[in-house]
Unconditional design. Structure first.
Lengths: 185, 824
């Protein structure tokens, strides 16, 4: 009987393993196509951000889910609440380990917030995280220009041009800044 | 005579089974809209059509063999005699019916074909029932382990066999994998990488075989002493496992989902298990062999002959390697390869089972430790400490090993971490894909609200969509290519869009979307298509003379009229060859008047099904897939001749010539061929070269993402219109780019869908990042392109998954909203 119990116990463990309950940590995941999720995403798609916000807040049990932070960031952007938006993007980056997708959005939220002390460092962080992405350097160059640092802007655009020589947008930016001479390194 | 001699009996049964399996396979393949529309109906493989044509006659031969097979049961009035007579009567009636009204030629895509396929398998289950009835008294005389000691001893043997099988399979496939690995450049699979991979392979195989051990051991205990009960439980386990394997491997590949797919899986599994057990039962019954367990019935009793064991080991190795080679020659998304692995596992278990003479109990501790330790290792390696909070997730480098070791591939899929997929998301994708049965009304796709003839000069327009053409096989995209000099010349006088992608993987939806200039609902096809056909509307509004190759898709979607001059008339789509088509077009273009001409063709020269098996591997094809490259080389010359003709007649500078593809192709990358459900970088990237008339000198951002759905709005713009996007599913003109448009094209997110299944991809960062959500196979993949144009797979973080799956849902919802169908 002992042996039978051992075999059954082992079989249950294997069933659990193949059933993925142990590995996935149980059924506590936020279902991206569950009823609440569908309501939120349809509201976002239709621009009904005020409708989406309370539904998203109801899902507080899933605060460790990056999807919730992502929804909230988009909703706050739709509601023009850049402070909350920036907070949600920070949380999304922390939970989702995804700088590439969220970093520029975070910097834009700081820019909308008027938090100039955070804008440049945020764009610099994006560019350093994604050094081969010319679009991040364009953002950074634009931020330098906004901050009244045209030399840094020109240097950044020129770096971007080395990554993407055929990029017309970069070319035009450099043209506009042609009278400015970059600082020597 | 009590029964036919064993070889005759076996040959008869296998003949009958093969015909039934072929019939079912045909019906199941036809049930898939993709396979039916793209392969079966156009008769890409003629022998498939011939099988269907001759099926009703072959059925008569099958019936004759069936009568011969069951004749001994009828003649000697065996217990199964009445069942055998009923079998003959029912099969005879079905055969005559099929002869009078052949079923197979009339099959089309849909569940009816699945039902026919299931019906074709019924005779095999019926024959198995006859075998069982005949052997009932023999089986009831068998003795299963009766008491604790016998059970423990049997478990001991089963345990040793399971562990031995795991080790055997691991070693066998490690040796076989080393053959292709020897010539491959795999920096991650040097000695340490291979050792790590083989260790993981062993762990995985131990888990699989330990699971089988536990299942059988518990069944033996539950059915203690009752042999028939034990056999029934064993058959149930085999049926379940085989059904799941069929549903996963074949069902998913053919999009056989839902109740019909489940019935097909169960019927196929029943037929395979039925034939296997039926043949074994007949043999053992005649030999009056003593069985120790139901496993003896499946695999045979233990043998002391070393020679026969060695022979079996060699046979299994040859089978495993043969299946690997066969899969490399012809396979459908690894179905054959992976099904073959399951067969090899079964055979390996049988070989080890027969060779194992161990008949002692194994202690509790050893059993528990052996079963739990691989689980613990897999758990730890799969669940290890999370990487740094910021940054991409690491890529599992041993995943490269799975490309060479098919058994490791199957094990990895079985044990895959569930966090890589979200089943509900996959179900959502499946439910919103391939809406063949759903009625969908067409929408109006208009780039210009009130389309009037243009005031500008109307150029001749040539749209050549070369099926399956990859940009990296054309010299304007790849400096290493030396075999497309004429296309290089053409490109020098044209604009090469360096970053072009298809909107749909697979011709089925890619070509209609190209004409529509928009991503379209996932349905083949919305009828009438004309309201959505923005290109056809443009041509009609401007009085173009249309010279068209009416391929199997556009022939369903264009308004048929006498105004269409058909290219390749009387030929099936698969026979559209660019050289012949261009010659025909060239002759039509001679002496044309002032009417502007629009010409279109979808040549099939380099479609996977048309590639030569063997070619001369010339020097210039080195590092390319030669059968494909040689065809590209051939059509390059014809294309050059056509352009020469245009120039000679002074038409080139007044022409807009588009060379593109409906999708790319896998040409052996990671062992993959084809494009059916794939959205890998090699499939979604396409060439796009446009020669504009000399009068058009608008700004162009040729390095920003361009899509095949941008072609139609670009033609609008070239004719002087200002095309407007009513929604972001619609394409954008590729000429007249200002900073705002350029930036949008570089930064937007684009969702790409496979034409024939629930596989979606998200393209971001100016086409440098590709995320694939595969609801057919399950599991997501991500790729990144470096500055040299080479793609690398990257690890998937939760954040990456969230962003990209959200983009896919937004796309699917938008389609549903625009077409007024509601997301499922």
């Amino acid at each position: 009987m002992k042996r039978f119990a051992l075999l059954v116990a082992l079989l249950v463990v294997y069933g659990a393993f193949f059933g993925q309950w142990i590995v996935s940590g149980g059924p506590e995941r936020l279902d991206p196509v569950g009823p609440h999720a569908r309501q939120i995403e349809l509201a976002i798609a239709e621009g009904r951000f005020t409708d989406a916000l309370p539904i998203a807040r109801e899902l507080g049990d899933y605060r460790r889910e990056p999807l919730l932070a992502y929804w909230l960031a988009i909703i706050y952007r739709g509601l023009n609440r850049p402070g909350d938006e920036a907070e949600a993007w920070e949380r999304f980056i922390e939970l989702g380990r995804n700088q590439a997708e969220a970093c520029p959005q975070l910097a834009q939220a700081y820019a909308r917030l008027g938090d100039s002390a955070k804008v440049l460092p945020a764009y610099e962080r994006c560019a350093s995280f994604d050094p081969t992405e010319p679009e991040r350097l364009i953002d950074l160059g634009d931020a330098y220009q906004q901050a009244g640092q045209p030399r840094e802007a020109l240097g950044t655009f020129q770096r971007a041009a080395t990554l993407d020589p055929a990029n017309l947008v970069i070319g035009r930016r450099i043209e506009r800044l042609a009278p400015v001479r970059p600082e020597k390194p | 005579m009590t029964d036919w001699p064993r070889p005759v009996r076996t040959a008869l049964r296998l003949c009958l089974a093969s015909f039934c399996w072929l019939t079912a396979a045909y019906a199941f393949v036809v049930s898939s809209a993709f396979a039916y529309l793209q392969f079966v109906r156009p008769r890409v493989f003629p022998w498939i059509g011939q099988f269907s044509d001759w099926h009703s006659v072959l059925c008569l031969v099958w019936m004759l063999l069936a009568v011969v097979a069951v004749w001994p049961d009828i003649r000697r009035r065996s217990p199964a005699g009445p069942l055998a007579i009923a079998f003959v009567v029912a099969s005879g009636a079905a055969t005559l019916w099929n002869y009078a009204r052949p079923v197979l030629p009339g099959l089309t895509d849909g569940d009816r074909s699945i039902i026919v396929g299931v019906a074709a398998l019924v005779p095999l289950v019926w024959l198995a029932a006859i075998d069982y009835l005949n052997a009932r008294s023999y089986l009831s005389g068998q003795r299963a382990p009766q008491n604790e000691i016998e059970s423990a001893e049997f478990e001991g043997r089963l345990f040793i066999v399971s562990v031995g099988s795991a080790v055997f399979v691991t070693i066998l496939y490690a040796m076989l994998a080393s053959i292709p690995l020897a010539g491959a450049f795999e920096p991650d699979l040097r000695l340490a990488g291979i050792a790590d991979s083989v260790f993981k392979s062993l762990v995985g195989h131990l888990i699989v075989f330990a699971a089988a051990f536990l299942l059988f051991a518990v069944l033996v205990r539950v059915a203690r002493g009752r042999f028939v009960l034990q056999l029934a439980a064993t058959i149930l386990v085999l049926l379940t496992a085989s059904s799941l394997a069929f549903a996963t491997l074949v069902g998913d590949a053919l999009s056989m989902h839902g109740a019909a797919g489940a019935v097909a899986a169960i019927a196929t599994a029943s037929s395979i298990v039925g034939v296997w057990i039926g043949l074994r039962l007949r043999t053992l019954q005649l030999e009056n062999a003593k069985l120790q367990s139901a496993l003896d019935l499946l695999w045979g009793s233990k043998t002391n002959s070393r020679a026969s064991t060695i022979l079996r080991v060699v046979a299994v190795a040859v089978l495993a390697y043969g299946l690997m080679l066969l899969s490399a020659l012809a396979d459908w998304d690894f179905v054959l390869l992976e099904a073959g692995v399951l067969v090899v596992w079964c055979c390996s278990f049988g070989v080890v089972y027969r060779a194992t003479s161990w008949q002692r109990a194994v202690s509790h501790g050893v059993v528990a430790a052996t079963c739990l330790s691989p689980l613990a290792v897999a758990f730890v390696t799969g669940q290890g400490p999370p990487p740094a909070a910021v940054g991409p997730a690491p890529v599992d480098r041993t995943a490269r090993y799975a490309i060479y070791n098919p058994s490791f591939r199957v094990v990895s899929q079985l044990l895959r971490d569930s966090r890589t997929t979200i089943p509900s998301f996959d179900r959502y994708l499946v439910a919103n894909t391939g809406l063949t049965a759903l009625h969908v009304d067409p929408i109006d796709i208009d780039f210009v609200p009130k389309l009037e003839p243009t005031a500008r000069p109307k150029p001749h327009i040539f749209l050549f969509v070369i099926d399956s053409l990859r940009p990296d096989y054309l010299s304007p995209y790849n400096r290493q290519v030396r075999f497309t000099p004429r296309i290089a010349e053409f490109a020098a006088e044209s604009i090469v869009f360096a970053n072009a992608f298809t909107r749909f993987g697979g011709t089925g939806l890619s070509v209609p979307a190209m004409w529509a200039g928009s991503s379209i609902v996932h349905k083949q096809y919305v009828q009438p298509f004309h309201p959505m056909n923005a290109l056809e509307k443009l041509l009609d509004a401007n009085g173009y003379r249309k010279i068209l190759g009416l391929d199997s898709i556009m022939s369903q979607l264009l308004i048929r009229s006498n105004a269409i001059e058909e290219l390749d008339r009387g030929r099936t789509n698969m026979d559209f060859e660019i050289c012949r088509t261009l010659d025909e077009l060239d002759s039509k273009l001679q002496g044309i008047g002032s009417t502007p001409v629009f010409a279109y063709s979808l040549p099939q020269d380099i479609h996977m099904s048309r590639l030569p098996r063997t070619v001369e591997h010339g020097e210039e094809y080195r590092s390319f897939y030669a059968p494909y490259a040689t065809k590209v080389h051939a059509f390059d010359a014809c294309f050059g001749r056509f352009i020469d003709g245009l120039k000679r007649r002074g038409q080139f500078d007044r022409s807009l010539v588009v060379v593109t593809a409906d999708h790319g192709e896998m040409l052996g990358e990671d062992g993959r061929f084809g494009h059916s459900y794939h959205l890998f970088p090699q499939v979604v990237q396409v060439p796009l070269i446009i020669h504009f008339p000399a009068s058009i000198a608008d700004a162009v951002d040729a390095d920003a993402v361009s899509l095949t759905t941008d072609i139609t709005p670009t033609i609008y713009a070239a004719l002087g219109y200002e095309p407007v996007q009513a929604n972001d599913l619609m394409g954008r003109p590729l000429i007249g780019a200002d900073d705002r448009v350029s930036t949008a094209r570089r930064r937007d997110t684009y969702v790409i869908a496979a034409s024939y299944g629930a596989v979606y991809a998200v393209l971001r960062h100016n086409g440098r990042r590709l995320y694939i959500a595969d609801a057919i196979k399950g599991g997501d993949q991500a790729y990144e392109r470096d500055n040299t144009g080479r793609w690398h797979d990257v690890g998937i973080t939760e954040g990456l998954r969230v962003v990209n799956q959200f983009a896919i849902r937004q796309y699917v919802d938008k389609i549903a909203r625009i077409y007024g169908i509601g997301a499922r």
